[in-house]
Design a protein around this ligand. Structure first.
Ligand code: ADP
Ligand code: G6P
Length: 484
């Protein structure tokens, strides 16, 4: 086997992700406006920057007939955007159907039942093929391609066939299930095969990587072997190539939120938020996409119980919940929205008074400066997902607390729990446990807050999004690419 590409850690990878960092929004008069795309993947990759001009292959966020809308010209340091069109039919099969109706719930512990439909799989395969071709066209000879997330798990295998000269990395932003869940998917074998087209497959946590290994053992090509280096978790041979499997917890750029949160304007806004929420002793905050995996109802139920039991009193406690609209055409998302809004109304109906609700609920997307003001204002950030790949919101909160104030209540089932040991960790399926943690969080002394926050901030300072990308790309480029 001859190495065909020399290792290099300087080349910028071609990024391939379902979404471009910006989404086209129709204005009604036939023109298009561009706004930042939602979610943690775009937040992280946009903060990462890069050492040169990157190409980013992705969808512009609206279904189109024929060519995709032309994306905006790149900023000076921004990526060159290569749009991949997705038709209305593919939106239904590839995006809503297989990606978000089957894979998203399945990979999040099947908190709602996954929908299995062969037409969705056809759409998924077709769109993955299109992304693979676009990536093959965009990659320079011997270049590096970095494929992201559950929408594109067939791309590594397809791209390998089209462009065997490239190095291919794959990173999954969401959890990977174990074999018992994965066997519910009739196409599990094809997905494992697609992923094994990569040279390096990265997961957020060791648990997710171990789930992948259990799937390979039971539903794939057999159990993986030991890693080729201490920085990796497993290794295997595939068609005469090495495939590495590693754990790379994604992060944020803490300096960005630290800077935003310490601006005088942000701090003034934070004070204003406390005034407007009735100058509570305890201000709780939730910031999420309005997704059923995020456990928004669970935290509202915990708050309701504390009010019912008189352990927290209206006037003394207030909560701000910001929920970003997401996948709103899908039934489970509409249902979650209804449930969350009923829970908010119930609390406000029972414990609020005129002009003084307990829960201040916004169904909206806020800019980062406004988010930073909320992070700075809140005594407790409550992140209670039933399952989450990482949860960047809690890292943004920690980064915003240069004053060492505040406390974090965090689900054990978020990837971030493996890193942020000084959070108050909870079982989101148990409202009593969340309630108990909320009480501990609001009662902790300023010294205790500062100790916990300083430890979490020290962890983030060392493990930021730049370190994440560097570790992944160095592992990807460390070994020569070989062909059989
Ligand atoms: P996910 O990727 O599942 O949405 P994360 O917590 O990892 O979850 O990332 C969410 C990202 O979206 C964060 O960068 C966060 O700041 C942003 N975000 C979440 N809710 C809102 C909101 N209401 N307005 C603006 N940005 C939001
Ligand atoms: C999560 C996923 C991303 C996705 C984002 C927003 O962060 O890991 O891949 O882009 O949610 O979801 P959407 O369906 O709007 O792209």
């Amino acid at each position: 086997m001859e190495p065909i590409v020399e290792p290099s850690d300087t080349a910028e990878p071609v990024i391939v992700a379902n979404r471009l960092p910006v989404t086209a929004v129709g204005t009604g008069d036939g023109t298009v406006r561009w706004k930042r795309s939602p979610g943690g993947l775009v937040s992280a990759l946009s903060s990462r920057g890069g050492s040169g001009r990157t190409t980013w292959v992705g969808w512009a966020g609206t279904p189109s007939q024929g060519a995709a809308p032309a994306p905006p010209a790149p900023d000076r340091d921004g990526p060159t955007l290569v749009p991949v069109p997705i038709s209305a039919d593919e939106y239904a099969t590839y995006y809503e159907g297989l990606s978000n109706g089957a894979l998203w719930p399945l990979y999040h512990d099947a908190v709602v039942p996954p929908v299995v439909d062969a037409a969705h799989w056809d759409g998924y395969t077709r769109v993955n093929e299109r992304f693979a071709r676009a990536a093959a066209d965009a990659a320079p000879p011997g270049g590096t391609v970095w494929v992201h997330d559950y929408h594109l798990q067939l791309v590594p295998g397809m791209l390998r066939r089209l462009r065997p000269d490239t190095r291919i990395g794959f990173f999954l932003h969401i959890p990977f299930p174990g074999k018992d869940l994965m066997r519910r998917l009739p196409w599990a074998g094809a997905i494992l095969d697609g992923l094994l087209g990569a040279d390096l497959i990265g997961f957020q946590t060791a648990e997710h990587a171990d789930g992948f290994a259990s799937c390979l053992a039971e539903l794939g090509t057999g159990p993986p072997g030991p890693p080729r280096s201490a920085a990796l978790r497993y290794g295997l041979r595939r068609d005469g190539r090495d495939v590495d499997v590693g754990v790379f917890p994604i992060s944020i750029d803490p300096a960005e939120y630290d800077g935003l949160a310490s601006r005088p304007r942000t701090r003034a806004r934070a004070r204003e938020i406390r005034e407007r929420t009735g100058r509570p002793h305890h201000l709780l905050l939730g910031v999420d996409r309005l997704d059923y995996t995020k456990g928004i109802e669970a935290r509202l139920e915990a708050l309701r119980r504390l009010l019912e039991q008189g352990r927290l009193r209206p006037g003394e406690v207030a909560m701000v919940q910001v929920a970003t609209p997401t996948r709103s055409g899908m039934r489970e998302y509409a249902r979650t929205r209804r449930r969350v809004e009923e829970a908010v109304s119930r609390i406000n109906g029972e414990y609020g008074s005129v002009g003084a609700p307990v829960v201040h609920y916004l169904y909206d997307t806020l800019d980062r400066e406004r988010l930073a003001s909320l992070y700075r204002a809140a005594d407790v950030l409550v992140a209670t997902p039933y399952r989450d790949g990482m949860n960047l919101v809690c890292k943004e909160y920690v980064a915003s607390r240069g004053d060492l104030g505040g406390a974090l209540v965090l689900s054990r089932f978020a990837g971030a729990a493996a890193e942020l040991a000084e959070a108050h960790l909870v079982n989101p399926f148990d409202p009593a446990d969340i309630a108990q943690a909320l009480v501990r969080a609001v009662e902790q002394s300023p010294e205790e807050s500062a100790r916990r926050m300083a430890a979490m901030r020290a962890h983030l300072a060392e493990n930021d999004v730049h370190a994440w990308a560097h570790l992944f790309l160095s592992a990807l480029t460390a070994a020569p690419v070989t062909t059989p």
